[in-house]
Design a binder for this molecule. Sequence first.
Ligand SMILES: C[S@@+](CC[C@H](N)C(=O)[O-])C[C@H]1O[C@@H](n2cnc3c(N)ncnc32)[C@H](O)[C@@H]1O
Length: 248
Amino acid sequence: MTTETDLRLECLGKEKAGVLYGVGLGPGDPELMTLRAARLIGGADVVAYPALVGGESLARSIAAEFISDGTAEIVVEIPMTAERPPAQAAYDVGAALISTALWAGKDVVYLCEGDPFFYGSFMYLHARLSSDFQVEVVPGVTSVAACAARSGRPLVARNERLMVLPGPLSEDELRIRIEGAESVAIMKVGRHLAKIRRVIDGLGLVDRAVYIERASLPNEVVCPLAEAPENAPYFSMILLTKGADPWL
Ligand SMILES: C[S@@+](CC[C@H](N)C(=O)[O-])C[C@H]1O[C@@H](n2cnc3c(N)ncnc32)[C@H](O)[C@@H]1O
């Protein structure tokens, strides 16, 4: 069966449609962006990026100095809710806007904080657009790597295993997983800080945990978990290393 997409590709020739680049920007400091990311952003016909409805886009602010004058911009507005359907509807709208630019032969660079395929919103656009268009993913420095660097502690050594946990997990699940783990990176801390702190305290591991907020940005905070502020922003992480220090 010939689909609408097949017909469009036949008319246009796939090589004439634009290319979609999902570009990792690293954790915040523009100096942590790859050379490839900077080059693609500077040469883009169109840049697209996520922003909370009515809010600033961290991704755009990281890339700002590399965006050339005259580059068109597509904002994918994400509603402020943990519910999945409204966010998925926002990615439908974003994918439609991006595909219009791609069908017109424009290359689109989608800006992603950190790495695009590591808890990155780019994956929702990739799922919607990769069957119709050529897509290239450019990896970026993840927040886990950046937070480990700023904490001054190696994350894993020798044959240790690293577990990555999202803060929204239940208290019980966090306890069970942290208990069975060696090194742990807890992401999306934000409003879950008190719960995570209770779990780590209860396991007697508070001395092994470091709190990092906005790693590599001007308002960065790095401190032992015991000294972390009451309220954490969304861009915060806890790193916990249980293994023996590798230099011992
Ligand atoms: C949706 S995930 C995006 C992860 C990103 N794609 C990456 O590769 O690191 C958002 C979470 O990443 C972590 N994060 C991202 N940037 C950070 C930073 N600069 N400092 C601390 N944590 C950060 C936080 O835990 C935040 O809640």
